[in-house]
Design a protein around this ligand. Sequence first.
Ligand SMILES: C[S@@+](CC[C@H](N)C(=O)[O-])C[C@H]1O[C@@H](n2cnc3c(N)ncnc32)[C@H](O)[C@@H]1O
Length: 173
Amino acid sequence: MFEVILIAVIGLGCLSIVWWTLKIGISPMPSSTKACCAILKVSEEALAGTIIDLGSGWGTLVFALARKYPDRQIIGYELSGLPWVYTMIYKTMFCFKNVTIYRQDFLNTPLPEASLLVCYLFPKGMIDLQRKLIGEPCPGSMLISSTFALPDSRAIKTIQLDDLYRTSIYVYQ
Ligand SMILES: C[S@@+](CC[C@H](N)C(=O)[O-])C[C@H]1O[C@@H](n2cnc3c(N)ncnc32)[C@H](O)[C@@H]1O
């Protein structure tokens, strides 16, 4: 009986991930260790203040940032159910008091004031994000985007990682 329940739960979890991946257009693939380290390093150039991960997935970046900046608020937005539940459990288990993760579409939510936005999205997501940032400018804040560039803005810095995919990290002010 236990095995049947376990298989049903795992099956539903997998189905949920597939469903949200098809709906949003990207899976909750976590940032690689190299990308994460590069983003943490560049984050030192941002002003002090709240940090937001636009699409926080399994929380790889959110928790790495929360460890690095224990005195700053780290906010994640995530639509996919299972990764969101995982991050809520992780946050509670490891007592991350400076982390808040909303199960919301960041495109349809007014973002709180932040000094740094980070994201690892996909081409259509970057077009939508650019549109949002034009309508809702955050003066003084920095955006670090892994892998995909904003279509209509020039990065102040681009870092190319020496990984298999030659991943680019784009920095915007
Ligand atoms: C490639 S993952 C990156 C996860 C995490 N930021 C990291 O670097 O490890 C992208 C995540 O963004 C989420 N996402 C994409 N568009 C979103 C939106 N508009 N609102 C909330 N979450 C979104 C996806 O569900 C996915 O989990």
